[in-house]
Ligand binder design. Structure first.
Ligand SMILES: Nc1nc2c(c(=O)[nH]1)N[C@H]1C(S)=C(S)[C@@H](COP(=O)(O)O)O[C@H]1N2
Ligand SMILES: [Mo]
Length: 411
C-alpha cells in the first residue's frame, strides 16, 4: 500500500496537471450532454439519440469519480503546497464539492425506479442547483485562467516537470485603473451572468412559487375552445387543494394549437360502435374528478393534481370493445406522439381522459384541450393533445418506448 501510494505520488506535478485536464474534459462532456437533456427542444430533434446521450452522461458521470479519487491521493501534498493561497484552496473545495454532489444526485436520478419519485425529485433539485451555480463558476474559472489571458508577468513557466507561477512585483510601473486581468474577470463574469441569468431566475421563480409558473402557462394558452368547460364543484376549488410542483413542458413537435374548427375526438378500430365528437359534443360528456400525482422519469413530479375528465373505461364501454381487441392505442393531435396500454391497464379505474386541471381547462403547453392521465405509470404514457383512441389486436410500442424508454412504465 505504502509503495503503491508512493508510486501514485511520483511525478506529482505532472500528474496533478493531467488530472486537472482530464477533469476538465469530463466536465465539458457532462455539461454539454446535461444541457441537451435539460433543454426541451432536443427531445424532438434527437429522438432515440436523446436516450444515448443520457447513457453517455451517466457513464461519464460515474467516470468522474476517477479523477476525484486520484486527486484525493495527492491531496495532502497539494494542500500543503497551497498554503496561504486561500482562493485556490476554495476553488479545490468548490470543484470537489460540485463533482461529488453531481455524482451522488446523479446516481439517484439514474436509479429513479429503485429510489422512488420523492428521492428523485430532491436529487433533480440538487443536480439543478449545482448546475446553475457550478457551471457558470467552472466556465468563469476556465476562461479567466486561460494562459493567453494572463498578464505577461504572471504567465506560468515550466521549471523541469513542475509548473509554477512566478510573480514579479510590478515595481515602479504606473498603476492602471484596472489591471488587464481584473478587467477580463469582470467582463467574463458579466458575460456569463447575461447568458445564464434570465433562465436561472426563471428556474428560481418556478422552484419558489410553482403556482405562478402554471398561472403563466394557463394565461398563454394557444387553444381557443368555445364554450369553455364548466368545472364541477369538486374541481373548483380543487379537492386536491391545488397541485404542488412545476410541470416541465415536454414535446417532440411544435406545440399544436386547437380550436373548434380543428378539434375532434375519435374512438375506433376494433369496437362495435366507432364514435367521433366535435368540441361542443365533447364538453357535454359527463365528467368526473380525481386527484393524482404526476411523475416523469427524468426526476420531476407534480403532486395533488385535481383532474376532471372522463374515465377511459367509460369510453371503452360506450364504444363496445370487440373480443379480438388486445391493446388500446393513443394518438396525439401533434401527429407524431403515440402510446398504448393493454386492455386490462386501460380499464383501471383512474385512467382518465382529462379536460381540466385544478378547475381550469388544460392549456396547450400542458397537452390541452384533452390529455391522457395514467396515474400509476410514468407520465410518458400520458399522451398530450389526445385526439384518437384505437383498439387493435397486436402489441404496440409507443414513441419513447421505441426510442429506449422502458416498456414497463409502472411507478
Ligand atoms: N404528445 C406528447 N405527449 C407527451 C409527451 C410529448 O412529448 N408529446 N411527453 C411525455 C412525457 S415524457 C411527459 S413527462 C409528459 C410531460 O407533460 P407536460 O409537458 O404537461 O409537463 O407528457 C408526456 N406526453
Ligand atoms: Mo417524461
Amino acid at each position: 500500500m505504502q509503495n503503491w501510494l508512493a508510486r501514485v505520488r511520483k511525478g506529482y506535478g505532472k500528474k496533478l496537471a493531467s488530472l486537472h485536464s482530464w477533469n476538465g474534459y469530463i466536465v465539458v462532456v457532462l455539461a454539454l450532454t446535461g444541457l441537451v437533456l435539460f433543454q426541451g427542444m432536443w427531445r424532438g430533434i434527437l429522438g432515440e439519440g436523446r436516450v444515448i446521450i443520457r447513457y453517455i452522461h451517466i457513464i461519464v458521470g460515474i467516470a468522474s469519480l476517477v479523477p476525484v479519487v486520484f486527486y484525493l491521493l495527492l491531496a495532502a501534498k497539494h494542500w500543503k503546497q497551497l498554503k496561504g493561497k486561500t482562493s485556490q484552496k476554495a476553488n479545490v473545495l468548490i470543484v470537489l464539492g460540485l463533482l461529488v454532489g453531481w455524482l451522488l444526485s446523479g446516481l439517484l436520478l439514474w436509479q429513479y425506479r429503485a429510489v422512488g419519485p420523492r428521492i428523485s425529485n430532491n436529487a433533480l433539485y440538487v443536480h439543478d442547483v449545482l448546475t446553475w451555480i457550478g457551471l457558470p463558476y467552472i466556465i468563469y474559472h476556465s476562461i479567466t485562467r486561460l494562459k493567453w489571458l494572463k498578464e505577461p508577468h504572471r504567465r506560468t513557466v515550466k521549471t523541469g516537470s513542475e509548473k509554477r507561477e512566478i510573480l514579479h512585483p510590478a515595481a515602479g510601473q504606473p498603476q492602471a485603473l484596472m489591471s488587464r486581468r481584473a478587467f477580463i474577470r469582470v467582463a467574463v463574469g458579466a458575460g456569463i451572468a447575461v447568458a445564464v441569468g434570465p433562465s436561472f431566475l426563471k428556474w428560481v421563480g418556478n422552484a419558489l412559487s410553482p403556482g405562478e409558473a402554471i398561472e403563466k402557462i394557463v394565461e398563454s394558452d394557444a387553444n381557443n375552445m368555445v364554450p369553455l368547460p364548466q368545472a364541477l364543484p369538486a374541481s373548483s376549488p380543487p379537492i386536491g387543494g391545488g397541485s404542488k410542483g412545476t410541470f416541465r413542458i415536454y414535446t417532440v413537435t411544435e406545440i399544436p394549437a386547437f380550436d373548434n374548427s380543428n378539434f375532434s375526438f375519435v374512438i375506433n378500430g376494433l369496437v362495435e360502435k366507432p364514435m367521433q365528437w366535435n368540441w361542443e359534443q365533447f364538453v357535454a360528456l359527463k365528467r368526473e374528478v380525481q386527484v393524482s400525482d404526476f411523475h416523469c422519469v427524468t426526476g420531476w413530479s407534480v403532486y395533488n393534481n385535481t383532474w376532471e375528465g372522463i374515465k377511459l373505461k367509460d369510453f371503452l364501454k360506450m364504444a363496445g370493445v370487440k373480443p379480438s381487441a388486445k391493446t388500446v392505442k393513443f394518438y396525439s393531435g401533434d401527429g407524431v406522439y403515440t402510446d398504448s396500454l393493454t386492455l386490462e391497464q386501460a380499464n383501471m379505474d383512474d385512467v382518465m381522459i382529462a379536460v381540466l386541471h385544478d378547475g381550469k381547462i388544460i392549456p396547450s403547453d400542458l397537452g390541452g384541450p384533452v390529455r391522457l392521465i395514467v396515474p400509476k405509470m410514468y407520465t410518458y404514457k400520458s399522451v398530450k393533445w389526445l385526439n384518437r383512441i384505437e383498439l387493435i389486436d397486436t402489441d404496440y410500442i409507443g414513441y419513447w418506448e421505441e426510442r429506449g424508454y422502458d416498456n414497463d412504465a409502472w411507478v
